[in-house]
Design a protein around this ligand. Structure first.
Ligand code: KIV
Length: 268
């Protein structure tokens, strides 16, 4: 068992704002744990791995086996945060039984502590079944990247009153179905706040304003490693991308000029 559990995470609501982050590999997982056991209640092995790890332009092609692989890389080393793994596009839409089997694979083969499912009302049945089977489920509404074809791209959602009201009622249904937390992505700050007030499970925002209980950022984005990706909601907390490029240039120059390796860096 990891240090963070659904119960501890639910208890943060109204008590303490919290940061969460995506992670897809063991090296990054080690760094996350090294920040301390209280720092990150949740680490998400998101299907955003399709973009960050595979160079795709959407999450649509990501398979359940690929999410399992990356979840395993993270779960082998991570001790503190609860590991939530994404059910990717195509892993649960066709039928509930297949979705439940895939969710259980994320836990048995990947070492996840729970799963995340994109969508509102249409996901209620599978969420109920998973919760009954003892699988912690995190919901995800607003801009749901797996629906990018239907949405016509990656656009802020819930700007009109009717859609905002629908998201609020879906959030309540997801809570009633047993979700322990809810991701709200790409919605106006006012809707992020309304969602947070409407339900008693923690709302984790990304591009959803400052009022949500928690925030989530993609590892590569907040470290300046997603070159050219600059959405309004994103803060680059340290520009490791630029620092990495500088280090690579220094290495090339040192080799070309013959200053690397030095005598100290060579075996006698
Ligand atoms: O796949 C992902 O990384 C996500 C987060 C951006 C919430 O769903």
């Amino acid at each position: 068992m990891r240090y963070w559990t659904p119960g501890k995470i639910r208890a943060l609501k109204g008590q303490k704002k919290f940061a969460t982050i995506t992670c897809y590999d063991a090296t990054s997982a080690m760094l996350i744990d090294a920040v301390g056991q209280e720092a990150f209640p949740i680490v998400l092995v998101g299907d955003s791995l399709g973009m960050t790890m595979q160079g795709r332009d959407s999450t649509l092609a990501v398979t359940i086996d690929e999410v399992i692989y990356h979840t395993r890389c993270v779960s082998r080393v991570l001790k503190y945060p609860m590991i939530i793994a994404d059910l990717p596009f195509g892993a649960y839409q066709a039928d509930n039984t297949e979705g439940v089997r895939n969710a259980i694979r994320l836990i048995k083969e990947g070492g996840a502590d729970g799963v995340k499912i994109e969508g509102g009302e249409r996901c209620l049945n599978i969420i109920r079944t998973l919760v009954e089977a003892g699988v912690p489920v995190c919901g995800h509404i607003g801009l749901t990247p797996q629906s990018c074809l239907a949405m016509g791209g990656f656009k802020v959602q819930g700007r009109d009153e009717m859609q905002a009201a629908r998201f609020i009622s879906e959030a309540k249904l997801l809570e009633a179905a047993g979700c322990f937390a809810l991701v709200a992505e790409g919605v106006p700050a006012s809707l992020g706040e309304a969602l947070t007030k409407a339900i008693s499970i923690p709302v984790i925002g990304i591009g959803a304003g400052a009022a949500t209980d928690g925030q989530i950022l993609v590892w590569q984005d907040m470290l300046g490693l997603s070159l050219g990706f600059k959405p309004k909601f994103l803060r680059v907390f340290k520009d490791i991308g630029t620092q990495t490029q500088a280090a690579l240039k220094e290495y090339v120059t040192a080799v070309e000029e013959g200053t690397f390796p030095s005598e100290n860096e060579s075996y006698t």
